[in-house]
Design a protein around this ligand. Structure first.
Ligand SMILES: [Zn+2]
Length: 409
């Protein structure tokens, strides 16, 4: 069986690496702490009977060969990098839970026809290069752009240099690409990054799909002028345009409903001084939805609204798409299997979309995928995130039974 104690012990041991003063974890991708974390995870993968390698993008891959090499592999995984001062569980439980599944097979002498892989994807969080994250999984599905190697961290080192210093070979990063013929499916366990499972009082979530994300920068150009000397009818206040846009985001997203969420996440005001009417204001609008068509419709409506605001207020405007990640739906057959297995295990589950992005979203481009969520107190990306050992055990049991169903099929 899954060993709750071993899993818990490993979570605590990994949390020691990069431990911060306030009890959080800073294990930023491709740092010394990250290397230390990878070494520890490598030991555990080997203990579970896997051969381990690091690909050119820094993804750690453990593999237990199947008895039938003709069959596509089953992959389990997540990430062990963290945000600055993050928690112990985000990403970690998916990797360590995956190792636990493989170790169970070894200990119970269960043979696997299909090969099993456990993958710790590199730099899921994207907190080092502020470039949207999911770097390792993007590399694996062949989705990197040239600029992904050129981006720099806060010390001015490019990702290319950082990968090189880490002992990798970024010139041959395309070697990390895997194809559709290699994987039968990908399963990822992760803590829920919101309060829904807590609210429902249910330990485990079955993720129906991962939300698509779009970041759009809206900039209004007005006229910076004296606040005392400029009458109300002769003002071109860029902040008022941006403020109306922020309110419009809420209104439009509520109008469409469903799983859509929208946020005016930043506001840059230039100049930002008393005595001066803001002349230029940029706001980055974050729209997420599991439904591609609906997200596009929301973006279109928002664009029309920005245009209307700028005309009415006599402001210039610019729209710039900064990032677009498409939504990914979980494979229905895996969801059906998960529902059946959770019933057999006596674990109550709740079907829900994922509002956060995950490596599974990228893996969906080359294979079927589904995710298991584990209830987490205090959300994620902070030192107080907390998943109960028994909930992690339930999630891992479901992960294991689902993997076992497919592994000899
Ligand atoms: Zn994560």
């Amino acid at each position: 069986m899954i060993s709750k104690d071993r899993l818990q012990k490993r979570i605590e041991l990994l949390a020691q690496i990069g431990k911060t003063e306030i009890g959080g974890v800073s294990r930023i991708a491709l740092t010394k702490e990250y290397k230390e974390g990878l070494d520890l995870v490598t030991n555990w993968m080997e203990e579970a009977g896997m051969t381990v390698r690091l690909d050119e993008a820094g993804n750690l891959i453990g593999r237990k060969e199947g008895t039938n090499p003709e069959l596509k592999a089953i992959a389990l995984g997540s990430h062990i990098d963290s945000v600055d001062n993050g928690g112990k569980y985000d990403g970690v439980i998916g990797v360590l839970g995956g190792i636990e599944v493989v170790q169970h097979l070894k200990e119970e002498s269960i043979t696997n026809k299909r090969s099993l892989e456990v993958i710790a994807f590199c730099e899921e969080e994207g907190s080092r290069f502020q470039s949207g994250g999911v770097f390792g999984s993007r590399a694996m599905v062949g989705n990197l752009l040239k600029k992904d190697l050129e981006v720099t961290d806060d010390k001015g080192n490019s990702r290319y240099e950082v990968l090189k210093d880490f002992g990798l070979d970024p010139d041959n990063i395309s070697n990390a690409i895997r194809n559709k013929e290699e994987f039968d499916l990908y399963l990822e366990m992760h803590i829920e990054q919101g309060p829904i499972l807590i609210r429902e009082d249910i330990p485990v979530g079955i993720v129906t799909g991962i939300t698509g994300l779009s970041l759009t920068e809206v900039t209004f150009h007005g006229e910076a002028n004296h606040v005392g000397g400029t009458p109300m009818d002769l003002r071109y206040d860029a902040l008022l345009g941006a403020s109306e846009t922020a309110l419009a985001v809420e209104e439009i997203v509520n109008e469409y409903g469903g799983n859509a969420v929208g946020t005016a996440a930043t506001m840059e005001v230039i100049p930002s001084q008393v005595n001066i009417i803001p002349g230029r204001v940029s706001t980055v609008i974050d729209i997420r939805d599991t439904d591609y068509e609906r997200r596009e419709a929301i973006l279109k409506k928002l664009e029309a609204k920005v245009k209307e605001i700028s005309t009415r207020r006599n402001l210039g405007y610019q729209l710039k798409s900064k990032l677009k990640a498409n939504p990914a739906l979980s494979a229905q057959h895996i969801l059906d299997t998960m529902k059946k297995k959770s019933k057999e295990l006596g674990i109550s589950t709740f079907e829900m979309p994922s509002g956060g992005g995950h490596d599974a979203q990228l893996m969906a481009e080359i294979t079927d995928m589904a995710m298991v969520f584990v209830r987490s107190e205090n959300g994620s990306h902070n030192p107080d995130e907390y998943a109960k050992p028994e909930d992690i055990k339930s999630g891992t049991d479901l992960l294991m039974e689902t993997a076992l169903y497919y592994v000899n099929r």
